[in-house]
Structure formats: C-alpha cells, structure tokens
Design a protein around this ligand. Structure first.
Ligand SMILES: [Mn+2]
Length: 298
C-alpha cells in the first residue's frame, strides 16, 4: 500500500515535517498510554492520543510571547511507549530507561500519560541523567501512599516514590488520607504541600513558590485533576475545588521563569466521549508549558 500524506499530520500540533522531524526539533513528546492501576474510573490510556488529536486544533501563535514557538523550536512526536505487561514495576522501569535515553539528547522532553505512576519512571530516568533535582507536582491528590492495591507503583503512590529521589513541592492538594497527612507533617524536608483551599484564600503562595524554585533544576509533573472539574471533568478521580485556568498558568509562569525545568509531564487525562473541551485544554496547557520553558532557554 502506498503512503499518502494525512491532513493534518498526526503529530503534536499537527506540524509539517520541517518543524516536526527529530533533528530539527528542540522538544520531544513521548506518549505513554498506560493505566493499569487506576482505582476509580479508567481510561487514561486513551489520554495521549486524545491530546495529540486535539493539539492539531491549537493556535500556534502565542500572544504572551508574540511568537509561534512550535515553528521556532520544532516538536518531534515519538511513537507511543508500550507498557510492560509483566507488572507495574516493569512498566515504570521501562519508562525510566526510555526517558534517560531521551533526556541525554539535550532536547526538552514532555511525557503524556497515562496514569500518574508514569511520572515515577520519568523521575527515575531524569535522575540517571541529571542527578539531583526538585519536583513540582500540580495535583488534587497528595499521592503519598506507600502502597495501594498491593503495589508501591500505584498512581496513588506516585509522589511517595518521587520523594525517595528528591524533594517535592505539591500544589493544589485537596485529597489525602490520615497516613498521608502524618507523612507530610513528619517529612517537611522531603515534601511541601500547598493546599487548594489555602491557595484560594491567599495568593502569597506564588511568592513562596518563586523563592523555593529559583535557580533549581525542576521536574514539573502536571496531574490534570489539579484543575477544577468544571473545566477538567475528564480525569479518573475528579475533586471539587480545583485550580482555574489562569491560576494554573500563573504557577507555570513562575516555575518556568525561575527554575531550570529539565522535563515535564502531563498525566491522567481520561477522555469523555462527546466532550472535547478537556482534551483541548490539555493540549493547550502542554503547548503553553513547552513554550514557556523553551522561550526561557534562548
Ligand atoms: Mn491526582
């Protein structure tokens, strides 16, 4: 069968070959369609392709930057990484191996999940290449359980595993259990949580965040359920009282401007049939984050 050009191309942002081949691209998109340990409502394995499909409709011009970042930097979309069906741990180790190889290219890596345990593999792969770094986690959930449903590699344990690698700053948290609250109290040097309710009442956390991340190497992990379910209902475990679009952008601007972001991921999109706004939001958020990071690396 002969190959024929598709319109638009099925890569992130639907870019033509001159802006989306590997050599010409400063940014890499790695889709990881994986949701084996999801506890409430599944479907996150369909997230990466939904984000990529929606991204072809995102405007390339960014008004804040007065630029078309994707055309300036180039974005290469990798083939999806298959999960290792033997175990959650094997999948995480496979992600770590892929991420360390990609991080060594010197390009900016963005991983699309998949469930949040994907981020543990990303963090381990980054640690192999960069050594120590700080993780900034946007999430409704603390994800600090030591084990859940019989595995330490559940999505509910993501931040606990990442905190074994280096310190974690969490923003938007509004759901945790008693043991997680105790862990937070007893480990202030490893995990700092900014709770959504406090953030809603007082925006001084932005200043504190800026001081904490300034000059640091940062891995940014965005669980889309940090956003309010009114604008992001398409997640497995939605929680009321989440961040708005502009709150989220304010956080991203500070982190991308003050820190050296070495990689980021965007996880937990679980598409809802008939409702396309959530995947478009996710695509626009990923493009914005990528643009903020690359425009600072000039
Ligand atoms: Mn979450």
């Amino acid at each position: 069968m002969t190959e024929y050009p598709q319109h638009p191309p099925r890569n992130f942002l639907g870019l033509p070959p001159e802006h989306s081949d590997f050599a010409a691209s400063r940014a890499l998109i790695l889709p990881v369609p994986y949701d084996a340990t999801t506890s409430y409502k599944g479907g996150a394995k369909a997230g990466p392709q939904a984000v990529i499909d929606a991204s072809t409709q995102v405007e390339l011009y960014d008004r804040e930057l007065d630029d078309e970042p994707a055309l300036r930097w180039g974005v290469y979309t990798l083939p999806a990484l298959a999960p290792d069906l033997r175990s959650p741990e094997a999948t995480i180790m496979g992600i770590a191996e892929a991420v360390s190889g990609l991080a060594r290219t010197g390009k900016l890596l963005c991983v699309l999940g998949g469930e949040h345990s994907v981020s543990v593999g990303v963090a381990r792969g980054l640690h192999d290449v960069f050594g120590d770094f700080l993780t900034v986690q946007l999430d409704a959930h603390a994800d600090l359980r030591d084990e859940y449903d019989g595995t330490p590699y559940s999505h509910a344990c993501a931040a606990r595993r990442i905190a074994e690698i280096g310190p974690v700053i969490q923003l938007g948290i509004r759901s945790l259990d008693a043991a997680e609250a105790t862990f937070l109290r007893e480990n202030p040097a490893r995990v700092t949580a900014f709770f959504a309710e406090d953030m809603h009442r007082d925006r001084s956390y932005l200043q504190v965040l800026a001081e904490r991340v300034r000059g640091q190497r940062v891995f940014l992990t965005i669980d889309l359920d940090v956003l309010d379910p009114a604008i992001m209902p398409a997640t497995g475990t939605p929680e009321p009282g989440g961040l708005g679009w502009y709150d989220t952008l304010d956080i991203l601007r500070i982190v991308c401007a003050e820190a050296e972001v070495i990689a980021f991921d965007c996880v937990e999109l679980s598409p809802l049939p008939g409702l396309h706004a959530p995947e478009f939001l996710a695509a626009k958020l990923v493009y914005k984050t990528l643009s903020l990071i690359l425009s600072r690396q000039v």
